[in-house]
Design a protein around this ligand. Sequence first.
Ligand SMILES: Cc1ncc(COP(=O)(O)O)c(C=O)c1O
Length: 388
Amino acid sequence: MSLGRNMSSKVYDFDQVIDRKNTHSFKWDNVTYPPNLDMLPMPVADMDFVVADEILAAIDKITSHGILGYSILPDSLKLLAQQKIERDYSWSTSIDSQVWIPGIVPGITAACAALTNENEGIIMAVPVYHPFHLVAGWVNCPLITFEMIKEGDRWTFDFADFERGLQKGPKVFLLCNPHNPGGTVFNEFEIKRIVDLCAAYNVTIVSDEIHADLRLHAQSKHISIGRFEKQPIISFFATSKAFNTAGLGGAVAVIPDAALRDKFTKASAGFFSMLSRHSIEVMLATYAHGEEWLAQLLPYLKTNHDLLLEYVRATPGLTMQPLEATYLAWIEYDEVLLGDFQKKCWDAGLHVLRGEQFKGRNFIRLNFACPKSVMEEAIKRMKSITNG
Ligand SMILES: Cc1ncc(COP(=O)(O)O)c(C=O)c1O
């Protein structure tokens, strides 16, 4: 059976509105949505766009074959990942340093389980992607946080606060680069400062770089912290977020230090499922052929970003720093002027996440990876609150 993909059509139509309801979508089939309200969902981080043709073709190939047994991880996948890390993130790594895992969140959990204990825990900047702070409870270790601060028109670390936290004796620093939420792409100066501080306090860096390819400015560079290793670092990469295959899973941990790699592998032994045939074939297709789709996607995301930013800047009571990466806007609201803005959005039929989920008060997180017409409808719904 051939499903006849037209591989030559290379202009992707991100304007197309695709109905995702009744597909068991975590985003669209949210059971808490009032049945009588036409909710616009902009919470969890996946995109309302069809993936690259080559990814669909890889899935077609499996469907035609029809067998879904256990799979092995091919050397070609390891090589493609290694080449991408070198080409796009300027970090030369060995294939032996790779550990393939079903997802980055399980990887972070395994790393924290391996490296922390009841007294010596994890440090991270907040606000942050919620599994980062939740993992302390999952592995039963202390959580130390320090604040992100605004510098110019971007979010960065309060490095003095970071150092005070390091003095409390954590074992692991969890880095989210680019940062979710807030979209900071950490520059070389910041990365080196993080490395120096963690080395001074003998803290292992666990770095989640899942958003690395979602940079909204063509000229910006992603800098992998692993490049500056002064002591063992675990770096996580995945194609799933940037290429919209998050539901399939698949990620790689790069751990050059053999002893740390061994600790990580032992902590995860028996917990992780093998990667599925779909996950492997899709990652192969993504690494080999995904770039054209991504090159068309990024300016589209930037247009939505700019529309949103324009609205926020024109609206008393709302503020937002322009994102350097990700499609997850982090919008602050003035509670005195606007009340509970997240709740008001919900009542107006717009589901955005409450800042507290990420340890940020008076913020919403809005996912703008959707067709432009949907973005405009979301802004219209927010305007019905802010102009009303
Ligand atoms: C920073 C970050 N890390 C990890 C994930 C999820 O990774 P995975 O699906 O591989 O567990 C997300 C999803 O939004 C994320 O934003």
